[in-house]
Design a protein. Structure first.
Ligand code: FE2
Length: 386
């Protein structure tokens, strides 16, 4: 059995016994299970009685491992969903349409209202009541990501998520009119030259598809912004035509949602080392295509690298998981920056100069088929002399 098949078989068996899996069966909702989603906007929906709209729940295998819940929800034109509250993290990504959200805490007389459109990303503060309205003439569709599977497992209860009366006023007050306004002034950079990461402090991104980004070096010539929303770290990353990311590994369940372009992701388990083709394990390397609107998620401690094979810069919206299962996997205390350090120096990234030569050749073959030149100079791949 291949590493991939063994991973899927093992994680499915463990997932089926979790409170979240049992809750999904009780809810009677539509479910899409898999390693990837080709296009979240094309998934078939079914009525979800709890909120009065249509939905499909997505259970990617790496999400089963990490404990993230994922759904696509549709609101018919001019209609509203039922009020809801979730005693867990919840982040929404608007895929299509325009609308508004009313939000308030238990016991509040005042409701805060903000508007959103395609590309908006925002977090619902833990356990805050909220109601989603479609203000347009086409169906509004959004993706919701939660850590409900972790919370249900922690309390061994799905009921707790929906019926906890506590108002977390230390996290959010409906008097705070600036909570859901995009803050364009709060950008910072950390890390040493060549290994920097950017951070954007905001609870609301107006349009992740079009947001301005700063230089960021995981891909040669890449740009990106990391952010923290409702305790969940994420980011928007973009890299040029004819280029790819350096492979790296980390905790399970980082969620990648391509926004622009197309390409593929290459993945292999950490146990196969930095050069899986060279060591005779090329048949264990998994290659999955992606395109705008898709979704994929690397398993925990699998190397993965993202390749752009499209004619425009590739942009991904990413969520890395917050305070979930990922934290129980031993990592260095400075693990955020260690991801961007070379494996040779104790980090978790394979620099271009250290990677398996087959990776670059395979990428060139794929780009040749499309008539797109590789735009990565030879010096990137030259070994540094000690
Ligand atoms: Fe990653």
């Amino acid at each position: 059995m291949s590493y991939k098949d063994a991973y899927i078989t093992g994680i499915k068996k463990a997932f089926e016994e979790t409170p979240y899996a049992k809750w999904l069966r009780q809810e009677g909702v539509a479910i899409h299970e898999g390693f990837t989603v080709e296009d979240v906007r094309e998934l078939e929906l079914a009525p979800w009685l709890r909120i009065g709209g249509s939905a499909v729940f997505i259970t990617l295998y790496a999400q089963m491992e990490s404990g993230a819940g994922l759904s696509i929800v549709e609101i018919p034109p001019g209609r509203s969903l039922e009020p809801e509250r979730w005693c867990c993290q919840k982040i929404l990504i608007v895929e299509q349409g325009v609308g508004s959200t009313e939000i308030w805490q238990e016991g509040d007389a005042r409701k805060h209202v903000f508007e959103w459109g395609r590309g908006s990303v925002f977090a619902i503060p833990t356990n805050a009541w909220h109601r989603m309205h479609n203000l347009g003439r086409e169906p509004a569709k959004f993706m919701a990501m939660t850590n409900a599977p972790q919370v249900m497992r922690g309390f061994d209860s799905s009921d707790f998520i929906f019926n906890c009366p506590h108002a977390f006023r230390d996290l959010y007050s409906s008097d705070d009119d600036r909570f859901f306004i995009e803050t364009n002034d709060k950008h910072s950079t950390k890390g040493r030259p060549g290994r920097t990461t950017n951070r954007w402090e905001t609870n609301f991104i107006r349009d992740a598809w079009g947001a301005d980004l700063q230089d960021y070096q995981k891909a040669y010539g890449g740009r990106g912004e990391g952010f923290i929303m409702s305790g969940n770290t994420g980011g928007v990353h973009e890299w040029p035509v004819g280029r790819y990311h350096q492979a790296h590994y980390h905790h399970p369940g980082a969620l990648l949602h391509p926004l622009h372009s197309e390409g593929f992701v290459m993945l292999w388990p950490y146990q196969l080392g930095m050069r899986p083709f060279e060591s005779g394990h090329g048949d264990e390397v998994v290659i999955e295509p992606w395109k705008a609107g898709g979704l994929y998620s690397p398993p925990g401690n699998w190397f993965h690298a993202h390749f752009n094979t499209g004619p425009v810069p590739a942009r991904h919206l990413a969520f890395y998981g917050g305070t979930g299962f990922g934290d129980v996997i031993p990592q260095r205390a400075d693990d955020f920056s260690a991801i961007h350090e070379s494996v040779r120096e104790g980090g978790r990234q394979i620099d271009y100069s250290e990677e398996d030569p087959v990776v670059r050749r395979l990428y060139k073959t794929m780009l040749d088929q499309k008539g797109i030149p590789v735009d990565m100079p030879d010096f990137l791949f030259e070994r540094q002399r000690p």
